[in-house]
Design a protein around this ligand. Structure first.
Ligand code: HEC
Length: 112
């Protein structure tokens, strides 16, 4: 089980107090927030909890911990299921920032 967790998420859990701002660099989160709230909220919701049934909950720690960030980046870039591809609309930096912002919804203290 522990092997599923990426180092960054482990850090988020065990270097308390833990929150999203500490887990991810603030500037990357800020850029990701802007991209996410412009392009992603229609399906993923502003808090990552999913606005449509087909969308995974980005607040789900097990979901986030069991998928590498590169897999998310590729899904966002090329599209997955009904999610459109973003590679022609967002720069690589914008896509990575949005992915990290999305992953950070699961970096909350336990009990959400
Ligand atoms: C039209 C609705 C829609 C929009 C807009 C959208 N997504 Fe998604 N997203 C989905 C759906 C649906 C899935 C689940 C795809 C599947 O597994 O079939 C998904 C999956 C994901 C995943 C998980 C990918 C994986 O490997 O399982 C991430 C991360 C993600 N979206 C991030 C984003 C980001 C970042 C944006 C904005 C740039 C975005 N999404 C915009 C609908 C959307």
């Amino acid at each position: 089980m522990v092997a599923l967790f990426s180092g960054r998420i482990l850090q988020g859990f065990f270097q308390g107090p833990h929150n999203r701002e500490q887990a991810v660099k603030a500037d990357e989160l800020g850029r990701g927030k802007a991209v996410f709230e412009t392009h992603c909220v229609a399906c993923h919701a502003a808090d990552g909890s999913a606005a449509i049934p087909q969308t995974p909950k980005l607040t789900n720690v097990e979901f986030i911990a069991s998928h590498p960030a590169t897999e998310f980046y590729q899904a966002v870039s090329g599209g997955k299921g009904i999610m459109p591809a973003w590679q022609d609309r967002l720069s690589p930096e914008e896509r990575w920032a949005a992915v990290e912002y999305g992953r950070a919804f699961a970096y909350q203290p336990m009990g959400r």
